[in-house]
Design a protein around this ligand. Structure first.
Ligand SMILES: O=P(O)(O)OC[C@H]1O[C@H](O[C@H]2O[C@H](CO)[C@@H](O)[C@H](O)[C@H]2O)[C@H](O)[C@@H](O)[C@@H]1O
Length: 253
């Protein structure tokens, strides 16, 4: 296992043989008080189009959100993985491979509903095969949210809770972002390329582990312990770098 560090190397020079895997929240957009409040840089569709062209289509989004949500917010359809790898879409025009029935998720959501109904600052986000309890607008309620989520998941099987940024998510055990990247790396146009994964969150660490094992490039956005090798301070600086990558690759391509 690679060690966790608070710092990292400055971002590397772009390479045409990369396969680029991008987290969404905290990587392609600044975090916002609620999932619906994020604002995507209006230049993003053009930047992504440039990256797709420069990297032979090997650009994917790997998000905790559903792919339908990411498509709507980005305004561009990319190959990728949603709900931490539960949903997979290997090509831009392929159908989303739907998650297998996650027994228990509906039960967890119904157990948590009274808590959220009693405090409008809390948000229950239901996704295909997973459910997230957000406490960003009520950080002082973190402990109660943890206890409620733990109680809701007790008695279900094959489901565990992951810690995101002011969110607790219940999802099936068998998937994570590392699994998603491994799957995408087996199909064209990703196969045979060097994987590059950028993310900001604890849930991205599984992806960093897999990409490091594949001798790829791992990029952490913002502060916090990470096993990523490279580090960039902010979403803004990362998006500037993506713009530069798109421009360099179009000049050399
Ligand atoms: O894997 P990601 O694409 O980074 O998605 C992780 C989770 O992101 C969203 O929640 C986070 O962003 C919200 C909007 O900025 C913020 O309000 C919340 O506190 C963050 O945890 C999303 O709502 C989740 O479904 C994703 O799993």
């Amino acid at each position: 296992m690679d060690s966790m560090k608070e710092d990292g190397l400055p971002l590397p020079a772009p390479q045409p043989g990369w396969a680029l895997f991008l987290d969404f929240d905290g990587t392609l957009t600044e975090l916002a008080p609620s999932p619906d409040a994020v604002v995507v840089d209006p230049a993003m569709p053009q930047v992504l189009a440039g990256l797709l062209e420069g990297l032979g289509g090997a650009v994917a989004v790997v998000s905790g959100r559903s792919l339908a949500e990411v498509d709507r917010l980005l305004g561009v359809v990319l190959p990728g993985a949603g709900v931490h790898g539960l949903e997979l879409r290997t090509h831009r025009d392929a159908e989303i491979r739907p998650p297998a029935e996650a027994e228990g998720i509906a039960v967890i959501a119904s157990v948590l509903t009274p808590l959220v109904e009693a405090d409008p600052r809390l948000i229950l986000e239901t996704k295909p095969g997973a459910v997230a309890l957000h406490y960003r607008r009520a950080p002082e309620r973190e402990k109660e949210c943890r206890a409620a989520m733990k109680a809701a998941v007790a008695g279900t099987t094959g489901i565990h809770v992951i810690d995101g940024k002011m969110v607790l998510e219940a999802k099936p055990d068998h998937v994570n972002k590392g699994y998603a990247i491994e799957n995408l790396m087996q199909v064209p146009p990703f196969a045979g390329r060097v994987p590059v994964f950028a993310g900001d969150d604890r849930t991205d660490e599984d992806g960093f582990g897999v990409v490091r094992a594949l001798k790829g490039v791992t990029i952490k956005i913002g502060p916090g312990l990470s096993r990523a090798e490279y580090r960039v301070a902010s979403v803004e600086a990362f998006i500037d770098w993506l713009k530069e990558v798109a421009s360099v690759l179009s000049d050399t391509g």
